[in-house]
Write a protein that binds this ligand. Structure first.
Ligand SMILES: Nc1ncnc2c1ncn2[C@@H]1O[C@H](COP(=O)(O)OP(=O)(O)O)[C@@H](O)[C@H]1O
Ligand SMILES: [Mg+2]
Length: 397
C-alpha cells in the first residue's frame, strides 16, 4: 500500500472511531429532544392572530378553556394549546382541503450558505403560525434530519426511506410510509438516509435507457409528493448540494424557490452561475417531458453582518441585481443561530444563549423575513391569495 493510501486509510479509521464516539455522546437513545416551548398570553395571542384581550375574553366566556398557570400565577400556553384555541375559534390559516401544498425548495448548489438553517427555522416558524408542514431532507449530509432529532444512521436497515422510494431498482413505492414524526406536533419529516447517494446513481443509470425511464426518474419525487400534497400546507425541500438527478427531482417537484445567498462576494458570484444552471436544468426537465412553472422565486440574503463594510456593499449590490426577487429583509448573522444549530436546534426551540435582547433581535429578524415568505406562500392558494395577511384567515366563530 502506498504511503498516501495508507495515510488516508488511517485518517478514515480515526474518523470512523471518532464518529462512533460522538454518536454515543450526542445521540444517546435517551437523549431525544422534548419540546419545551411555552408562550405567554401576548405571544400566544400574536401567533393565533388575536389580541390578548380577545383571548382573555373568550376564556372568561368559556369559549376557550382556562390557560395553564405557573406557580407565580402567570398564564402560559403550549403548542398543543395554540392548535386547540385555533380549532375552538374556527381559525384556519392554511390552504383549503382541495388545494395543494406549496412545495418550496430552499435551493442553492453551494454548501454552507444556510439552506438547512433556513429549512429548519422556516418549518418551525410556519408550525408556530398554524401551518401543517412536511420537511423532505434530500441532502445526504442530513443536517436538517438531525435538527429534527432523527439520526440518519438509524435508517440504514430500514427499507421505507426516501432513497428506497426514489431508486428505480427498489420495489418500495408508498411515499407516505417514508414520513416520520418530529418533536413538533404539526411538522413531519421525510428524513435523509444514507441510501440517497445510491438512489442518485440508480436514477442516473436510467440515462442508458432514455425516454420514458429518464422521465420517470426525473419525476419520482414529484409523484411521491403528489400523493400527500393535500395533507400539508407547506412542503419544504432541503436539496442535495450538487445538481444531479436528485437535484433535478427537487426542481421538478418544487412549486416555489427560495434561494439563500450570504452577503459575501464569493457566494454572490457563484449565485450568478447558479441562476444559469437553474435555467439550464429547467430546460433539461422540459426537454424530458417534465415542465416546471414556479409560482414564485425569491432570493434571501442568508447571513448579513451590517457592521462589516464589505457586506453592506454586497447587500446594496444584491438589492440592485435581484430587484423584485430579493426579500426586503436580510437574515442577520447571529451567534444565537450559530449556537442553536450547533446544538441541533432552532432559535424557536432554544432559550437565549447570550442576552435576552440579542435573542429577541434575532427572532424578530427571522420573523420578519419568514413573514415575507409566508405571504408568498399564501399567494399560491386561491382561497388566500387576494385577501392579504389576516383577511385570508377564515373565522367561523
Ligand atoms: N444567520 C446566520 N447566522 C449565523 N450563523 C449562521 C446563519 N445561517 C447559517 N449559519 C451557520 O452557517 C453554517 C452553515 O449553514 P447550513 O444551514 O448548514 O448551510 P447549508 O445547508 O447551505 O450547507 C452553520 O454552521 C450555521 O449554523
Ligand atoms: Mg445543508
Amino acid at each position: 500500500m502506498s504511503f498516501t493510501v495508507n495515510t488516508l486509510r488511517n485518517v478514515t479509521t480515526a474518523c470512523q472511531q471518532m464518529r462512533d464516539h460522538i454518536k454515543t455522546i450526542v445521540f444517546r437513545p435517551d437523549a431525544h429532544k422534548t419540546l419545551d416551548i411555552t408562550f405567554g398570553p401576548t405571544v400566544a395571542a400574536e401567533l393565533i392572530g388575536r389580541t390578548p384581550e380577545a383571548l382573555a375574553k373568550a376564556e372568561a366566556k368559556g369559549r376557550l378553556p382556562q390557560p395553564k398557570q405557573l406557580p407565580n400565577g402567570r398564564r402560559f400556553y403550549t403548542l398543543e394549546d395554540l392548535t386547540q384555541i385555533r380549532e375552538a375559534l374556527g381559525i384556519h390559516v392554511g390552504k383549503q382541503p382541495d388545494e395543494d401544498a406549496v412545495v418550496l425548495a430552499v435551493q442553492n448548489f453551494k454548501g454552507g450558505v444556510g439552506k438547512s438553517t433556513i429549512t429548519k427555522h422556516l418549518a418551525d416558524y410556519l408550525a408556530l403560525h398554524g401551518y401543517r408542514v412536511l420537511v423532505i431532507d434530500c441532502d445526504p449530509q442530513a443536517s436538517t434530519t438531525t435538527m429534527f432529532d432523527i439520526q440518519p444512521e438509524t435508517l440504514i436497515d430500514d427499507d421505507q426511506t426516501l432513497g428506497a422510494f426514489l431508486s428505480p431498482r427498489s420495489t418500495f413505492s408508498n411515499f407516505a410510509e417514508t414520513i416520520r414524526d418530529t418533536p413538533w406536533p404539526t411538522i413531519k419529516i421525510v428524513p435523509s438516509s444514507l441510501g440517497l447517494q445510491d438512489a442518485e446513481w440508480d436514477l442516473t443509470s436510467t440515462l442508458r435507457e432514455g425516454g420514458q425511464a429518464v422521465r420517470e426518474s426525473l419525476q419520482a419525487l414529484r409523484i411521491g409528493i403528489a400523493s400527500v400534497t393535500k395533507d400539508f400546507d407547506v412542503i419544504l425541500l432541503d436539496p442535495p448540494p450538487a445538481m444531479g438527478f436528485l437535484g433535478l427531482n427537487v426542481m421538478a417537484a418544487a412549486t416555489g424557490l427560495l434561494i439563500p445567498v450570504p452577503a459575501r462576494q464569493l457566494d454572490y458570484l457563484s449565485t450568478i452561475h447558479f441562476m444559469d444552471t437553474i435555467a439550464d436544468n429547467i430546460e433539461i426537465l422540459e426537454q424530458n417531458g417534465t415542465p416546471v412553472n414556479y409560482g414564485f422565486i425569491r432570493v434571501v440574503c442568508s447571513t448579513f453582518s451590517p457592521s462589516k463594510p464589505g457586506e453592506n456593499d454586497m447587500w446594496r449590490i444584491m438589492q440592485a441585481t435581484y430587484a423584485g426577487l430579493l426579500l426586503g429583509q436580510p437574515i442577520l448573522a447571529s451567534e444565537e443561530i450559530k449556537n442553536a444549530t450547533q446544538a441541533f436546534r432552532s432559535i424557536y426551540e432554544s432559550k437565549p444563549s447570550a442576552s435576552h435582547q440579542t435573542y429577541t433581535r434575532c427572532r424578530d429578524n427571522l420573523d420578519a423575513v419568514f413573514g415575507e415568505v409566508e405571504q408568498q406562500i399564501r399567494q399560491q392558494w386561491s382561497s388566500t391569495s387576494l385577501t392579504g395577511t389576516d383577511a385570508g384567515v377564515s373565522v367561523a366563530a
